[in-house]
Design a protein around this ligand. Sequence first.
Ligand SMILES: Nc1ncnc2c1ncn2[C@@H]1O[C@H](COP(=O)(O)OP(=O)(O)OP(=O)(O)O)[C@@H](O)[C@H]1O
Ligand SMILES: [Mg+2]
Length: 516
Amino acid sequence: MDHDIFGEFREYSVAEFFKKNRQMLGFSGKVRSLTTIVHEYATNSLDACDEARILPEIEVWVAEEGEERYRVKVRDNGPGIPEKLLASALATMLSGTKFNRYVQQRGQQGIGATGCTMYALITTGQPVKVVSKHKGTAIKCSLGIDFKQNRPIVSDLIKEDCSPDDHGLEVEGTFADVKYEKSGYGVGEYLKRTAIANPHATIIFNSPEGERFTYPRSIDAIPRKAREVQPHPLGIGPNDLLDLTKGKYESTKLSSFLQNEFTRVSLNKVKELQELVPEVDFNMKPSELTWEQAEKLVAAFKKVKWIAPETDSVVPISTSQIEKSLRNILNPEIVYVTERPPKIYRGGIPFVVEVGIAYGGDVNKDKEGKPASGGVVMRFANRAPLLFDAGGCAITQTVKDIDWKRYELRNFDDEPVALLVHVVSVHVPYTSAGKQSISAEDDLVDEIRNAVMEAGRQVQRHLSGKRKEKEKVSKKAAILRYVNQISGDLSELADEVKKKEKLRANLEKMVQERFE
Ligand SMILES: Nc1ncnc2c1ncn2[C@@H]1O[C@H](COP(=O)(O)OP(=O)(O)OP(=O)(O)O)[C@@H](O)[C@H]1O
Ligand SMILES: [Mg+2]
């Protein structure tokens, strides 16, 4: 027997982990991998601009460099990244400004951009090139990753002065095992939908075929800044609770930590909790909390009656802005957008669902005006389009379960209709780290269903109005066809042939009035 099986034992860094499990970051499938790269960079640009209160201008280039090998460049006019954070922001896993913050943002985990650097390294061996212009200094460098240490490797660093008015980040990488496709899953569609959900951004896409697509901003107002909030006791699990205890609360007791770090936790509520879990010492340091105790606390959270959290932490795109961008970009015959108040899921996490429906006109037509596809569902979370993993997504499932015949859309899949469903929340419950599908939380599903049905009813009103109008027109035409004949026959019968014209005019007038 060989008991010495531990000779190879060692710890793995998070970078090594994701290198092995790249599909968890969205790097599975060639088309998806390319879209993922653009998605990660573009969402970072939008987050950075929104946080710095800058109207975003984002330009994306995708150029073919060889067989399934592309160069991707993304440039924004955001604040850039200061020199001392640049390398770790883009070449260290789990590093960033958004982790564990309860604020509505696109990024959450601190792995997106580093994941792209990783993908460049493992598919082409090439580091990514970065230019960051921040507060009057331009830093140019190449960034690689030391996977074992999860540390950045910086090379070719040049530092120059630049005008403080010139700011932003430019990232350029060469990637293989990727493919550009002009489909619903491709970079083009991704950026078009990004433009729909971000009417305050100007987005330009230079395709590998040399085309240039420009989506100019349709409004000049930066979205209201989402208020950063504290978590609500009903919105977290034991893992989140332990994460929150890490590090910073050495000097406090568990009881004050709960009051300070959560919304709606008062001294009275802490007393209630104490009664529910007498075995937990509320005078202990929060950092000493064990998994078991955290589980018990979370279970106790669920038994207490809490005031719901405030909902001003969610910033929807807004009815008028969605309407504007759907009109601008899809050129439909009609648009309807819901306006619904925020709701809460899991008892503690606020969210809003916005639904826009665009019907007829140029919806789903190609450049020549021919129908290119049937009904399309555009899914969004915190203004980022979700193109993949549609099957497992709460939005797709809910839309599929709706009886579209009730809304005069005989078969959703064959109609010139585009449905936009946007879930906005401080914490979007994604089903995986790839952030492409939303898990079917009951409250969320109910709200999506209600919002989609509300939009459906508006389309129904329009379509049934249109159908009735059409029926009216053809009925009128049919009756008018008989008027001449009848007035001739009647005047003959009554021996009043001379009066035929008068009779005809009167009958026509009657019909006209009846169908007004
Ligand atoms: N274009 C940019 N402009 C300014 N700062 C940026 C930009 N891109 C990235 N950053 C900074 O780098 C950090 C890391 O980005 P990264 O995409 O890896 O993680 P994230 O966006 O925080 O979360 P996620 O993993 O969900 O994308 C960000 O938190 C942000 O501070
Ligand atoms: Mg990111």
